[in-house]
Design a protein around this ligand. Structure first.
Ligand SMILES: [Zn+2]
Length: 121
């Protein structure tokens, strides 16, 4: 999976084609695996961290950040952001952990339910 292409397709499909995606070698400007900046309308991914994630985790990271773009800066990790994240087909989790919800999400993605976003790949 091409993470940048996946993210750009999602942004474009939802009317956010003026947003950009950048992969940085180490950590994002926030010192994290990924981040969204509203000032320069950009989603950042850490190449270093992404290399350790499998396709499910990379997709979920992208959907997490896209949900930030759609929900807006003030939404944080609140209910509005979480609902957008779930509607995009993501896990709704702030961080990855082996919770029942996370395992159910991975299983759903494996089976390719209609709620997944396969058409963008
Ligand atoms: Zn976040």
């Amino acid at each position: 999976m091409d993470l940048v292409k996946f993210t750009r397709c999602h942004l474009s499909l939802r009317g956010y084609s003026t947003w950009d995606v950048e992969v940085v070698p180490t950590l994002t400007p926030f010192g994290r695996a990924a981040g969204t900046t509203f000032a320069d309308r950009k989603i950042y991914f850490s190449e270093h961290v992404m290399a350790y994630l499998d396709e499910f985790e990379q997709k979920d990271t992208a959907l997490h950040e896209i949900a930030h773009v759609i929900a807006g800066l003030t939404a944080g990790h609140g209910d509005i952001w979480r609902n957008v994240f779930l509607q995009l087909g993501g896990s709704g989790q702030v961080n990855w952990n082996p919770s029942p919800e996370w395992l159910a999400y991975r299983f759903r993605m494996l089976l390719g339910s209609p709620q997944t976003t396969e058409e963008t790949r």
